[in-house]
Ligand binder design. Structure first.
Ligand code: PBG
Length: 326
């Protein structure tokens, strides 16, 4: 009790680092990279300053830039040359992500993660198979079980190309077990799975949907992504994915869901990842652009808070910029 108890004693410059509870380093970070089959030059992403869609030919150069900052891991997203109802370019052996993975793994030592989803590849923009037409049936939603096979093919094609890890993000029930089985059958027992276990139906994905051109053509994703109101349900999702064989459990978005990150840390003995999403990046940039916030300081504080909540690794668009400073 005051005056005996004075927490300020441990806030002097000499002792602060000794009692600091969390830290952030480049080795905690994963940098997203967008590879685009529709262009042969770099295309800036307006709502995500500093980020560009890169043609597959430029993927190696892009990844080398990331690695030069000390960040060793990248997660790849693809913008395909064409889209169709089944998202067939998601699992084509010569798909844009598969081509980029082949080059990156041949020419660099980066740790390569493939995002496994269909929304960037389907003409309707949903994360799975749709049967019927939205005009005829307004309650139309993604067919869960028919989607599993396409996710398996996508994961295996990325592993065939050399991916070290696959990250299923479509919130399809049973996706981790299906992908684990398919990878093992294809001789990819060493390829890890990071599941987007608790992925919320979030408005913070707005800039990404521009970046990857993956907005749904009708409806929204609340029939498969999680309700932002729910925390206990996230633990159920995490438990299911852990039992199905996920090596790493991811929570997404990060900052509005730090309670879920902390709950995952307490509940599970697996590494916990958090995805600091496009909207979390864009809003700091927008405020900094107006001179209202210090970009580097708020980005650092954001990522440190995600570590403090219990994440082991963070997928973030700030990876390169912050690693440079760390
Ligand atoms: C694909 C996917 C999305 C993001 C990552 N993978 C978009 C979505 O579900 O709409 C969002 C990433 C971000 O906002 O940074 N399903």
């Amino acid at each position: 009790m005051y005056p005996t108890d004075r927490p300020r004693r441990l806030r002097t410059d000499g002792v602060r680092p000794l009692v600091s509870e969390s830290s952030l380093s480049a080795s905690d970070l994963v940098a997203p990279v967008f590879v685009d089959a529709t262009t042969d030059e770099l295309v800036p992403i307006e709502s995500m300053p500093g980020h560009e869609r890169v043609p597959a030919d430029e993927a190696v150069a892009r990844v080398e830039e990331v690695r030069a900052t000390g960040v060793e891991a990248v997660i790849l997203f693809g913008i395909p040359e064409t889209k169709d109802a089944e998202g067939s370019r998601a699992y084509a052996a010569d798909g844009v992500v598969q081509r980029a993975i082949r080059r990156i793994t041949a020419d660099t030592d980066a740790y390569v993660i493939g995002d496994v989803c269909l929304c960037e590849y389907t003409d309707h923009g949903h994360c799975g198979v749709i049967e019927g037409s939205a005009e005829a049936d307004p309650t139309l939603t993604v067919e869960n079980d028919a989607t599993l096979e396409l996710l398996e093919k996508t994961a295996v094609s990325q592993a065939d190309a050399g991916a070290d890890m696959v990250a299923p993000s479509s919130m399809t029930d049973g996706q981790v077990a299906a992908i684990r089985g398919a990878l093992d059958d294809a001789g990819h027992g060493d390829v890890a799975i990071m599941s987007y276990a608790a992925k919320y139906e979030s408005a913070f994905y707005g800039p990404f949907r521009d970046a990857a051109d993956g907005a749904p053509a009708f409806g929204d994703r609340r029939h498969y992504q999680m309700d932002p109101a729910n925390g206990r349900e996230a633990l159920r999702e995490g438990r299911i994915d852990a039992e199905e064989g996920a090596d790493v459990l991811l929570v997404k978005p990060a900052l509005p869901y730090l309670d879920v990150v902390a709950a995952f840390r307490r509940e599970f003995d697996r590494p916990i990842a958090a995805y600091n999403v496009s909207g979390e990046y864009a809003m700091l940039h927008a405020a900094a652009g107006k001179g209202w916030l210090d970009l580097e300081a708020t980005a650092y504080e954001s990522l440190l808070s995600i570590k403090r909540a219990g994440a082991d690794l963070i997928v973030t668009y700030f990876a390169e910029d912050l690693a440079d400073r760390l």
